[in-house]
Design a protein around this ligand. Structure first.
Ligand SMILES: Nc1ncnc2c1ncn2[C@@H]1O[C@H](COP(=O)(O)OP(=O)(O)OP(=O)(O)O)[C@@H](O)[C@H]1O
Ligand SMILES: [Mg+2]
Length: 361
């Protein structure tokens, strides 16, 4: 699964393909985008539609269901509250600022939570400084696979719209990034796919040092996200111990289905997702009856659950049923991890997320 830009929140009509989330233009469009659920027509209004208008109405709803609004899960809540508190705490610190690392399996919503934190922070800053259009409060970058320190610095530069030919060395790029970041008041730096840094290799250690150098030079809070970073050795050795001493880990897990509390949390998640559907005949509460089936298919992973529900909704519009049935869900493919998780999940059931409630973001 890719990290950025994920389909659930990226407005396809506003961001051309060469403007991903990892550029200030793509990021800005993502922050401004607030998806509006379409209005459902009544039965009479539907009958009155010409075939062309009916097909446009269906097409618009298929689009909407491919990109449903996000649910405010405990992961999103935890990442936003931790991140915003750290920004506050770090504001007057001149060095040794604290950060956080979002760590968990693929498809548990790390990138979603990271980008929602960035969005919430940027909206708050823009509200506080409505006339300052030059501000760029947030930088969002991903660590490329097999990255070198120069490649990482170029990612920062690319976000800010700075281009460098091979004539420029790492110091030139780093200095330019730090200068622009200072002028634009960057105070939150989000670094995704951090598992691409391996401290066990010399190049990986150099990338980690480059990141640390940015963290020292930029008066900003750094939040990382990556796949099970503890297991990847990010906290090992002298470099790792320093990271461990400065960063809080926010774990992301699959939802669990063992205790009645955990089942209630799963039901609440499904019910919230169900409220976002815009199908003509779908009765609210139908998906609650399929909660166990949905758990089995998704392995409790929010990414797979979302894929199942979005896919089934699109199929229900295409075949005219206009409500999600078990048959629709059967037809939606899920990822290999979700397929195989259910068998392994019984041993893990007592350790998953336990949301108190779920609501649409
Ligand atoms: N809170 C949410 N509400 C609804 N859907 C969500 C939510 N969080 C994640 N998803 C869905 O799950 C999918 C996977 O999420 P995301 O990309 O954030 O996971 P990830 O942990 O970053 O995965 P990877 O490690 O593979 O990068 C998203 O595309 C989105 O559709
Ligand atoms: Mg990701």
């Amino acid at each position: 699964m890719t990290s950025a830009p994920h389909t659930a929140t990226t407005p396809n009509d506003e961001v051309p393909p060469d403007n991903p989330l990892t550029t200030k233009e793509g990021w800005g469009a993502f922050v401004r985008h607030a998806p509006e659920p379409p209005m459902l027509l009544t039965a009479d209004e539907l009958v009155a539609l010409s075939p062309r208008r009916r097909s446009a109405y269906d097409e618009m709803r298929r689009d909407y269901h491919s990109d449903l609004p996000l649910v405010n899960t405990p992961t999103i809540h935890r990442v936003i509250s931790t991140g915003r508190l750290l920004v506050q705490l770090n504001r007057r610190q001149i060095s040794a600022r604290r950060g956080a690392i979002i760590s968990g399996a693929s498809g548990t919503g790390k990138t979603t939570a990271l980008t929602q934190l960035g969005r919430a922070h940027e909206l708050a800053i823009r509200k506080r400084h409505p006339d300052d259009k030059t501000r760029l409060p947030v930088i969002y970058v991903t660590v490329p696979p097999a990255a070198t320190s120069r490649m990482l610095a170029v990612e920062f530069a690319r976000f800010l719209g700075l281009e460098f030919t091979s004539r420029y060395n790492l110091t030139d790029i780093t200095n330019a990034v730090c200068s622009v970041a200072a002028h634009t008041h960057v105070d939150l730096v989000l670094v995704d796919e951090i598992h691409n840094i391996s401290l066990a290799t010399r190049t990986g250690a150099e990338v980690s040092d480059q990141l640390k150098y940015f963290a020292e030079r930029l008066p900003a809070t750094f939040i990382y996200a990556g796949v099970e970073v503890e297991a990847q050795g990010l906290f090992a050795g002298a470099r790792g111990r320093q990271i461990a001493g400065r960063f809080t880990v926010v774990p992301t897990t699959a939802f669990a289905y063992g205790t009645s509390e955990q089942r209630d949390a799963w039901h609440s998640l499904i019910a919230t997702l169900e409220t976002t559907l815009r199908l003509q005949h779908h009765a609210p509460g139908t998906l609650a009856g399929l909660a166990e089936y949905l758990y089995r298919r998704s392995g409790g992973m929010i990414g797979s659950l979302s894929q199942l529900i979005r896919g089934a909704a699109i199929l229900a519009i295409e075949d005219g049923a206009e409500k999600i049935t078990r048959e629709h869900l059967d037809l939606v493919p899920v990822d290999y991890a979700a397929q195989t998780t259910y068998t392994a999940s019984t041993s893990r059931r007592r350790h998953g997320d336990q949301p108190a409630s779920a609501e649409v973001v």
